[in-house]
Design a protein around this ligand. Sequence first.
Ligand code: DP6
Length: 326
Amino acid sequence: MNHGHARATAHANIALAKYWGKADPERNLPAVPSLSMTLDGLRTTTDVYFDTMLATDELVLDGVSVSGRPLERATAMLDRVRASADCATRARVESANDFPTASGLASSASGFAALAVAASRALGLHLEPGRLSALARASSASAARSIFGGFVALGAGASEAEAVAPPEHWDLRMVVAVTEPGPKAIGSTRGMDRTAATSPYYPVWLSAAPPIFEEVRRAVLAREIEPLGEAVEHSALLMHASMMAARPSILYFAPSTLSVIARVRQLREDGLPAYFTMDAGPHVKVLTLPRCVEQVENALAAQPGVHQTIRCGPGPEARAAPGTES
Ligand code: DP6
């Protein structure tokens, strides 16, 4: 028998000041402060059905039934929500992305944010955004930021993210250049553990990240693209430098990653405001302003090794779809 259903949507986010490393691996608390932009172009929609007939939780991602690690992570989130609602009923989770998952773009942030909202609503809980963010953060720290729209911060050691400015604050653009994947990448959790354990540059990253976060926050609040872009690139490259210096090295860059970076620098020499950032994968995300987005996107799309470009603006907070609760 079906005991509760809700649907929720959440958007992916890209960090402008990066999170890499944990203050507390047990509780999944971040070691450094991060600041992201939620993206309107990349959305996850998740349905959760609690059902007393189910013996175990079930997970369907983009129409395909999955087990193993993804199901375990969904169950861990459902267990936390069940504990809050004092409920033992298993659930079927159906989650779909409106962006190509084959692109290798991280969908865990929007996925866990949507799951936190849908699962809690399905059990009749009306949690504050801060509580939802803490739920999402326990699964994946970057997911804490996807609960909020616009520009969002997650402090060092913080349990929940907080809104810095709403989407209307600044009409920025982020163009995602989906490049050809390199060798199979290591997941971010394991990559962070290895960086912390073996990279001589990890302590440098820990002390340099907070002032970069402050620069990013100041530039976002002041709507100044030049100092923002400069700090965004520094944050990404410093993070990648710390992981490249791990043993064995963690290298997410494909050859096309570097050629896209070179193209972005060239665009800047031509006078366009365009700044790059990269996460735990080979794709490059390019920050720019609406008046230049066409030109920037065309330049990236014409670059060898770029399979697809996705244009994004500041996106909304995670929300339950009205009328789906039963
Ligand atoms: C490079 O949030 O995926 O995207 O908390 O271990 O699940 P876990 O890590 P995750 O790490 C994201 C790292 C990043 C930078 C960022 O989003 O801030």
